[in-house]
Write a protein that binds this ligand. Structure first.
Ligand code: ADP
Ligand code: MG
Length: 140
């Protein structure tokens, strides 16, 4: 498997509880390298655009309100098989279904307030990285 890049967000429930470092440690322990990182407070327009794929879902309004409620940390993670590896370290969307040792099992509060976002495929990873980062902000 080749070296890949994936996009990650440490979500408001986690930044609010000062869990940024503990979550990054999970990525690094899994062999993922942080090659870009910034703390931002998303605008409503940014959050709606980022989650546009979910706009018909019943939880869309709640999701956008949550994502703009506190700062987030957006990151690019790099490593062997990074997209799948990050999803594995994150755990299932619903913390009740997440495996032991995963970020969502340890830290998530609910299916909505679930501490992290991670890209789900190479195409979405590329789109999501470009949504928040310019090339010169990514230093591998
Ligand atoms: P994932 O983040 O694991 O890729 P999805 O892409 O399906 O999950 O959903 C995007 C985000 O929307 C989830 O991480 C979560 O914050 C929120 N979400 C998903 N399902 C629900 C739900 N049933 N109720 C509230 N929020 C949800
Ligand atoms: Mg998703």
């Amino acid at each position: 498997m080749a070296v890949q890049r994936t996009f990650s967000i440490i979500k408001p429930d986690a930044t609010k509880r000062n869990l940024t470092g503990k979550i990054i440690a999970k990525f690094e322990d899994a062999g993922l390298r942080v090659v870009a990182s910034k703390r931002i407070h998303m605008t409503r327009e940014q959050a709606e655009g980022f989650y546009a794929v979910h706009k018909e879902r019943p939880f869309f309004g709640e999701l956008v309100d949550f994502m703009i409620s506190e700062p987030v940390v957006v990151q690019v993670l790099e490593g062997e098989d990074a997209i799948a590896k990050n999803r594995e370290v994150m755990g299932a969307t619903n913390p009740a279904d997440a495996a032991d040792g995963t970020i969502r099992k340890e830290f998530a509060l609910s299916i909505g307030e679930n501490s992290v976002h991670g890209s789900d495929a190479p195409e979405t990873a590329a789109e999501e990285i470009a949504y928040f980062f310019s090339d010169d902000e990514i230093v591998g």
